[in-house]
Design a protein. Structure first.
Length: 740
């Protein structure tokens, strides 16, 4: 065994390990001082990114069970039953820090990583989403120019990787706020399909079973990535570029096909992708779940660079790699499959009954430690929490504290907001139709949908979060992210079933940030319980902070729902001239955290009112059941920017005008953001039947207008349809491309 390290204080600092954690390490190693390999392993496994040491306390208690949940949190991805022996496998993850440092590779490898999480479960990926947050891109400052550069790089990276993999990117969200100027957020979601009885787990078991390495060779790229992602940014963060992995989607495509071929055999006990912390996390997690031990010979790991040492092999985050626990005697059959696909493959170790990780380098033991304390017993921190002082100031304000703006001026400004306008510049760089199953594509509003060829059903999915809501009320804001993603799914005619989340927050060492996180978790728990949409997978990303400034709390939620008939996916834009437009739900004049206050006055202020989950569920029920009966032509939720903006989006996307009049207490309430509302399009002959359904469910359904004409008029605001389309479809590209 190599010697304990010198300059211990400096080494611990570089590995983000505290003195208290080092004392714990000495206890685990029975008083022996660790060598540099062992310190690296502890550093990675106990990093915030891998261990969730600050967040685990609050994640316990998430609702994770339902009759349709096959696999909840704890595996590479969550799994739900979608009928007829089929299952959907899905997860969302962050790649925030790498994408800020190197936008193309950071975003690309984020997509690669989430895809491996899906196909390591035995599923073929069939749909991707992404949730992107950037700083201010409008203006001529260096910050504005750099943010535009980041948008271009991130979108290029996502498109390049997903397109090469042949997996459609069918939707997502892009939003902007100055709170992300120093720390953008890049969250990637993927969903795959698998037979319910062919799901693979990340486990290692069976004494003497071989441990095999497959995929790309290991290099030094991504070295220390998990630790880098567990710290805040400073002015010196650009020097961290070497910690960003480099992706190769063509190799991953080969890896995907090789793994799916392997899964048709009986050779595999368990399989785990090498994500954050690479070989370290995959090996410790696989053995930790079963209580097994492992012996691995690191000199047998395929290497891409000369002079690599055990530390490099254990902590590299080179992409496109998997660790397999195979059945003894299956080694050659597995080697044959991966060599056929021109991938590296090697037997590097075996399962033991020692419950220890034993690593060797050319015959010399370089690590010997118990697995369970490293993989299962990372420190769980109870960090201080404190309600943020800023809340008193922002919650004290209401829309009445601002000078009233003329409704027409407000309408034109909101319509041109980057939060509202079409993001075709983004999604046109993604292949959304590959695999030919996309039935509701990017740009068609609300949820995106794919058909399930195997059973004639359809899956709907939507990613959502309003960071302004989460800033003024972290608990209700997080709950409303669940609600909004579910409402989008329901508007497509699908029943919301389960969520995956990506919880992006600032520095957990700041008590106010930790309070925001704790409150956000409570909001998610509450909403998922009330809506019966359990959490099946997810990710926590902390330390989203630069020079002491944290991002807005951003718990991104991706909801997945099931439509029993692929032919009844409900559109979200107008379908026929002369159809009636109805407003479902009540408009209450709510402007807390609204786009109205943000765009007109540059502030994020106000309060969020109490929320009625029963009203939300009844709204979902009405739309889903009316769609089954063929009573609806289209449906769209009313959200950011209010009724006027929702109607304008429907008009622009459908190329059909609309004239609407809504009875309101205040004229500006066409821009309010009351919850549990939707716009539906109904044919004249179906009005009576639909009206009765709404009445039976206790939902107000007011006829507010008709589809048709060449204008968009909502109460006292009006623009020509051509002008609305020009603003809606071209504003984003004009903004992002202004430097080119």
């Amino acid at each position: 065994m190599s010697q304990p390290v010198e300059n211990l204080d400096e080494v611990l600092k570089n590995h983000k390990l505290s003195k208290e954690e080092y004392e714990d390490i000495l206890r685990i190693l029975d008083g022996r001082h660790p060598n540099i390999v062992e310190i690296g392993i502890f550093s990675a496994m106990w990093s915030e990114h891998c261990s969730y040491k600050s967040s685990k306390k609050y994640l316990n208690g998430f609702p994770t069970k339902a009759p349709w949940v096959i696999q909840g949190p704890g595996e590479n991805a969550g799994v739900i039953d979608i009928g007829d022996g089929m299952a959907a496998v899905f997860k969302m993850e962050s790649h925030n820090h790498p994408s800020f440092i190197e936008p193309f590779q950071g975003a690309a490898t984020g997509v690669g990583g989430i895809l491996r999480d899906i196909f390591t479960m035995g599923a073929r990926p069939v749909a991707n989403l992404n949730a992107l947050r950037f700083g201010k891109v409008r203006g001529d400052s260096d910050i504005n120019k750099y943010q535009r550069h980041l948008v271009r790089g991130v979108v290029d990276g996502i498109g390049s990787y997903g397109n090469c993999m042949g997996v459609p990117t069918i939707g997502g969200e892009v939003s902007f706020d100055e709170s992300y100027n120093g720390n953008i957020l890049v969250n990637a979601f993927s969903l795959g399909l698998v037979k319910s009885d062919e799901i693979f787990l990340g486990v290692a078991s069976g004494i003497g079973n071989p441990v095999m390495y497959v995929g790309s060779k290991t290099g030094r790229d991504g070295l220390g990535g998990a630790v880098m992602s567990s710290d805040s940014f400073t002015e010196e963060s650009k020097s961290l570029r070497p910690t960003v992995q480099v992706g190769d989607p063509f190799t991953e495509k080969l890896l995907l096909e090789a793994c799916l071929e392997l899964f048709k055999t009986d050779h595999v006990v368990g399989i785990q992708d090498m994500g954050a912390a690479g070989l370290t996390s995959s090996a410790f997690e696989m053995a930790g779940k079963t209580g097994a031990g492992l012996i691995m010979h690191l000199d047998k790991v395929p290497a891409r660079e000369e002079g690599m040492m055990p530390y490099d092999f254990m902590l590299s985050e080179s992409q496109e790699r998997m660790l397999i626990c195979a059945k003894k005697g299956s080694e050659q059959a597995i080697i044959d499959i991966f060599e056929k696909w021109e991938l590296d493959v090697a037997v590097i170790g075996e399962v033991t009954d020692t419950e220890r990780m034993e690593l060797f380098w050319h015959g010399e033991q370089v690590c010997d430690m118990p697995i369970a304390p490293v993989s299962e017993e990372a420190p769980i921190l109870d960090r201080p929490t404190a309600r943020p002082e800023y809340l008193d100031e922002v919650n004290a304000k209401s829309v009445d504290d601002y000078v009233k703006v003329a409704d027409q001026e407000a309408y034109e400004k909101l319509l041109a907001s980057l939060e509202v306008v079409d993001k075709a510049w983004v999604y046109n760089q993604y292949d959304s139709m590959v695999q030919t199953n996309t039935t509701k594509e990017p740009g068609s509003l609300d949820a995106s949908c794919i058909r399930i060829k195997e059973n004639g059903r359809a899956l709907a999915m939507s990613s959502d979060c309003n960071p302004r809501y989460c800033y003024i009320d972290p608990k209700k804001g997080a709950a409303l992210a669940v609600v909004e993603s579910g409402r989008n799914v329901a508007m497509s005619g699908a029943r919301p079933l389960s969520i995956t989340d990506c919880l992006n927050y600032g520095n957990p060492e700041n008590p106010e940030v930790m309070w925001q996180f704790a409150e956000g978790c409570e909001g998610i728990k509450e909403a998922c319980l009330e809506l019966n949409t359990p959490v099946v997978s997810g990710n926590v990303s902390l330390y989203n902070e630069t020079n002491g400034v944290s991002v807005f709390p951003t718990p991104a939620i991706a909801m997945v729902g099931l439509n029993d008939d692929e032919n009844k996916v409900l559109p979200s834009c107008f379908q026929e001239e002369e159809s009636h437009v109805l407003l479902l739900g009540e408009t209450k004049g709510e402007f807390g955290g609204s786009l109205y206050i943000k765009e007109l006055f540059g502030e994020t202020t106000g309060t969020l009112p109490s929320f009625d989950y029963s009203a939300e569920l009844r709204l979902w029920e009405l739309v889903i059941e009316a769609n089954k009966k063929g009573l609806l032509k289209s449906a769209k939720d009313v959200n950011v920017g209010g009724i006027a903006i929702a109607l304008s989006k429907m008009a622009a996307v459908s190329n059909k005008g609309v004239v609407a009049g809504i009875r309101l207490e205040n004229s500006r309430d066409i821009f309010d953001e009351s919850q549990s509302r939707a716009l539906v399009e109904v044919a004249k002959e179906d009005m009576e039947t639909f009206g009765q359904m709404a009445m039976d469910l206790g939902i107000s359904a007011d006829i507010i207008g008709k589809v048709g004409g060449d204008v968009v008029r909502v109460n006292n605001v009006e623009l020509s349809l051509e002008k609305v389309k020009d603003i809606y479809f071209h504003t984003f590209a004009r903004t992002i491309e202004q430097d080119l």
